[in-house]
Ligand binder design. Structure first.
Ligand SMILES: [Zn+2]
Ligand SMILES: [Zn+2]
Length: 283
């Protein structure tokens, strides 16, 4: 972040603490960097996470662990798509690592059902301490922020809106926007007509990141676990009237090349490309 951006962020945070809405900063470009985009781990593979500018995470899979201590300490906001471990695994370590270095709590955003699961099954004092009560409930290291599908959260010039997903647990994707354009991340999802309503209604949609977790031979597993395979992806893309650049994420380790070959065969006319770790998008 340059000095102007830091000043803007500091002013915005002060305004937010006073309960005022945060002013937009239209001149500022937004950077979205892939920290992890695999369905698993091993070698250079990392599970799902995106770093937006230097202060926001979209999901917090194992890729977060590649950030430096200084970078970790700058994370103020974490938007969670759903409660599965490959999307939240780094939140406990992140909060524990940087809490002593920060003056304000890390905000974890999710739909009510997702936050309830994190409370009951992750930050429950058994798997990990409840950092919303540490050091005390009045001034905690972490807070939950409940969001609703379709209701945007504005952070400076950046807007995050949860969008519908269709998965085995309550889940959302996200639309990330500023005045320059939009990026949509499907989250983990199977067949999902509601997603395409949002995609088709989004102004200036530049990028679509959509999952294809399994190859065609595992179609039955994809259906049962509410993910997509290449043929299902093609059926879904048929519903798209917008023409964003399409990137494929959440490929199963060891099956990336096969799945992308099948994606090319089934859905080639949308020119989908494999999402790469450290790839950066600019809006
Ligand atoms: Zn999942
Ligand atoms: Zn996943």
């Amino acid at each position: 972040m340059d000095r102007e951006s830091v000043l803007h962020r500091d002013r915005a945070e002060a305004a937010e603490r006073r309960g005022e809405s945060v002013a937009a900063s239209p001149q500022q470009a937004m950077k979205i960097r892939v920290l992890g985009c695999s369905g698993g781990i091993g070698g250079s593979l990392r599970t799902t996470s995106f770093l937006v500018d230097d202060d926001i995470l979209l999901d917090a899979g194992t890729g977060v662990g590649d950030l430096t201590l200084e970078q970790l300490a700058r994370i103020d906001h974490i938007f969670v798509s759903h409660s599965h471990l490959d999307h939240v695994a780094s939140i406990p370590f992140l909060v524990d690592t940087v809490c002593w270095m920060r003056g304000s709590p890390i905000k974890v955003y999710g739909i009510k059902e997702t936050l309830d699961i994190l409370r009951a099954h992750l930050f429950n004092w058994k798997i990990w301490p409840d950092f919303t009560q540490i050091p005390d409930g009045d001034k905690p290291f972490m807070v939950y922020r409940e969001i609703r599908v379709g209701e945007p959260i504005q952070l400076g010039s950046r807007r995050f809106t949860a969008i519908p997903a269709n998965h085995t647990v309550p889940a959302v994707g996200y639309a990330i926007e500023n005045e320059r354009g939009a990026l949509i991340f499907s989250g983990d999802t199977s067949t999902n007509d509601a997603l395409w309503k949002v995609v088709n209604a989004t102004q200036n949609l530049k990028y679509l990141i959509i999952e294809t977790a399994f190859s065609n031979k595992e179609r039955a597993i994809a259906v049962a676990s509410k993910h997509l395979c290449p043929r299902l992806l093609a059926e879904e893309l048929e519903k798209m009237r917008a023409r964003p650049e399409v990137f494929i994420t959440h490929l199963k380790p060891g099956e990336g090349a096969l799945t992308m070959k099948e994606v090319g065969e089934a859905a080639g006319r949308w020119r989908p490309r494999m999402l790469e770790n450290n790839q950066e998008f600019s809006l």
